[in-house]
Design a protein around this ligand. Structure first.
Ligand SMILES: Nc1ncnc2c1ncn2[C@@H]1O[C@H](COP(=O)(O)OP(=O)(O)OP(=O)(O)O)[C@@H](O)[C@H]1O
Ligand SMILES: [Mg+2]
Length: 356
């Protein structure tokens, strides 16, 4: 199986017996054996969340509430990154711990790690009092963009901004799942793919993993005009955060290439919000990109849901609603027939790999 450098290094570490421990259990009321032996019957357990693909989550009570993430023997995401995601999460948590005390948004917006032992497959954190977002409110969206960009400042690029990985309370966000967050140099790279993949960035990640599907659900209830208004507000939030981020990058000596990259994104969004025709063009582009990427991701990890099917349905609808000459330049397809054929096989794959 092909592995990139990061994956090879992580796999070697995984196969070694080297210890990997973060933090301390003092003041928690637990010892390592307690955590190793936790199961549904333990006195400490007050809630179990089984939905995670990497780990099983236990809400524990001792002198306060805690979150214990127990590594699954094999991740339900059946590709290399899926199998390495628990190790990856620990590596990111370690880096976040280094910076959390002096970066206020990381202190407020990122989970506090208390203790982890990779070989025992345990990760203990604070319990976050919050809910997954219910409505698309621009305040929490702005907060998510800002926290994600602050992670980028410390050299971490978060890829998996799905709804299940965001908890919100009073429109304030906490991020807590770093299974698919990789290191990069924000001053010379666009993301953890270096400068090879300019299409991936903070708001794109949130749109691709979550917002574009949610906007579609919104449109089905409230209509297109209201959905587009919300989409415009999201882009305005993006412009605001990206302008600040670019100032930071400039002040810290980022390369001209990186500064131009962000500048171009901002300009594209500015044009997009300038009138309704431009807005709709930008919207179609984001929908096509988001759904195609996410469908490929789900199929490659063999982990599809009803949402995968909904995305495929939306793409099919777009081909009915818009002329092919509008769609063609935004996708890697010359012929509409081939696009429709692929949508059909995506649909069959998504049915086959439904896991919930
Ligand atoms: N610290 C926490 N406080 C409250 N709830 C949490 C916490 N950590 C996780 N959860 C809940 O457990 C769920 C699964 O957690 P998490 O995303 O860390 O697991 P995962 O196996 O990595 O998930 P994924 O399927 O995204 O790979 C979250 O969606 C959230 O609802
Ligand atoms: Mg998760």
């Amino acid at each position: 199986m092909y592995m990139n450098k990061r994956q090879r290094e992580m796999s070697l570490f995984d196969q070694s017996n080297q210890k990997y421990i973060l933090g301390t259990l003092s003041n928690t009321g637990f010892n390592v054996e307690d955590l190793e032996n936790i199961d549904g019957k333990s006195q400490y357990v007050c809630q179990i969340v089984e939905s995670g693909l990497t780990g099983v989550i236990y809400k524990l009570k001792s002198n306060g509430f805690y979150n214990l993430k127990r590594k699954r023997k094999t991740s339900k995401v059946k590709n290399v990154d899926g199998q390495l995601s628990f190790l990856n999460e620990l590596m990111c948590r370690s880096k976040i711990l280094e910076h959390q005390e002096h970066l206020i948004s990381l202190k407020n917006g990122i989970i506090k790690t208390i203790y982890a032992d990779y070989r025992k497959g345990i990760l203990l954190s604070e319990w976050i009092d919050g809910e997954h977002p219910e409505v698309l409110d621009v305040d929490w969206i702005q907060d998510t963009i800002n926290i994600t960009l602050d992670l980028q400042k410390i050299g971490l690029f978060e890829w998996d901004l799905s709804r299940g990985n965001i908890l919100v309370k009073d429109n304030k966000v906490k991020l807590f799942d770093f299974g698919y967050c990789y290191q990069f140099d924000p001053l010379v790279d666009y993301n953890s793919e270096g400068v090879n993949e300019p299409r991936f960035h903070a708001l794109e990640r949130l749109e691709t993993r979550y917002l574009m599907l949610e906007l579609y659900k919104n449109q089905r209830i409230k209509g297109k005009a209201e959905m587009l208004q919300l989409y415009k507000e999201i882009k305005m939030a993006g412009i605001k955060s990206y302008l600040d981020h670019n100032k930071y990058l400039e002040a810290n000596g980022a390369s001209t290439q990186v500064l131009e990259h962000f500048h171009n994104i901002i300009e594209e969004w500015r044009k997009g919000i300038s009138n309704i025709q431009e807005l709709e063009k930008l919207y179609i582009k984001d929908v096509l990109r988001s759904h195609l990427l996410d469908i490929h991701d789900d199929l490659s990890g063999k982990s599809c849901t009803q949402n995968t099917l909904l995305r495929i349905m939306h793409l099919k609808e777009l081909t009915d609603e818009y002329q092919w000459n509008i769609i063609a330049p935004l996708v890697d397809y010359n012929k509409k027939e081939k696009f429709l054929e692929d949508l059909h096989s995506f649909h069959e794959g998504a049915l086959k790999y439904q896991h919930s």
